[in-house]
Write a protein that binds this ligand. Sequence first.
Ligand code: FAD
Length: 409
Amino acid sequence: MAKVIVVGGGAAGLVAAWRAASLGHQVRLLEANGRLGVKLRISGGGKCNITHDGSPRSLLEAFSKSQARFLRPSLLAFDNQAVLELLHREGVETYSRDNGRIFPADRPGSAGAVVAAFEMLVRRAGVDVHTGARVTALRGQSPRLDGLVLDGAPIAGEVFILATGGASYPETGTRGEVLGWLRGLGVPVRPWFPALAPIPLQRPRPAWEGVSLRDGELRLTAGPEGRRLSAFRGDVVFTKAGISGPAALELSQATEQARREGAAWLSYASILQPAETVDAAVLEEQRANPRLLAATWLQRHLPERLVAPLLQEAGLERTLMLKDLPKAGRKALVALVTALPLGEPQPVPLARGEVAAGGVDLAAVDPRTMALRGWENLRVCGELLDVDGPVGGYNLQAAFSTGFAAGSI
Ligand SMILES: Cc1cc2nc3c(=O)[nH]c(=O)nc-3n(C[C@H](O)[C@H](O)[C@H](O)COP(=O)(O)OP(=O)(O)OC[C@H]3O[C@@H](n4cnc5c(N)ncnc54)[C@H](O)[C@@H]3O)c2cc1C
């Protein structure tokens, strides 16, 4: 039986503490916030998308290749079904949406029910829970961590599990400082990097706030005429400062990467066919339906609120009929639906991401135990690792699985 100290009472830390205590260890859980699971409570818009449906293999496919390789052993040991069984045993009912995302049953405070279940599990397993306990330093040198500093006093332990999360939404307690301490101890890390965040634009459209571009593809290119860097199928919603919505969140990391490298440009294709095909379709429409307004045609593919301002920007009259559309005007119309320019991004904010990319380098961690290589008594799990999955319950699943592995001492 070891004296285990877990730092961080979020998804990963709760599971790690419960698991270690269930195996008979004496566990102390230190959480900076006044209560446990603060980020869990706001996840999924307060509904908490716990995990994703499907086989472990299909879950792993959502991550990059190297992250999937790392996650494989811990996910197989504690997969989505294991998470759900645990929650069901604690009385949390769950359901799966058509898109595979799994949530607790829709009730007010449903995310809170998930936290309450984990809290019950850790307390019943005998974990000594300390909230309002922000650790301020790590003491020791490879290969042993001697202790932590809490309220200026040293805290000793035999095994230490760091589950302090990422660096986004710092108001939920995750300030990311532990990564800097680990780097100071010689642990290889990748700096925090924004991910799954809204993208501010150089030229935002506050008047369009709340309007969505649907069923198309957000595209990232190296400049307006540059080569394609990345793309994501899904909706985009205009915000005061830029764009949000599923496609914007998923493309935010690549966008920030491209921006830092010097050239990033965003556009939205409402019609996924090549411009030449759409041009031919407009020509056909001109012949078949010459008196159709260009505005009416555009409205079939773009939200009504955008039609008048976009026609104006393209230098086209609102009353223009297709038969009077000159070739240049037709090209402009086609461009609006195949590559609506959103323009250059501004820096993507780390703080507003649903996750933070970066973290402890996966090569420095044993994927079966989450033990840091070169250290005898130090383990890391959850978002503190360099793991970032897409939206859909994948990030919580990664936190639960790696937390379980870290607590399996
Ligand atoms: C708005 C939002 C919505 C999200 N929605 C979803 C979703 O629906 N589904 C999904 O899968 N993922 C979602 N995520 C991502 C997911 O919540 C995180 O990836 C996950 O919570 C990470 O778990 P973790 O335990 O590693 O970190 P956290 O849950 O962030 O827990 C880390 C804990 O460590 C504590 N801590 C940090 N530093 C210290 C310290 N020095 N001393 C003591 N304690 C410390 C923090 O206070 C925090 O409570 C969402 C994230 C956000 C921000």
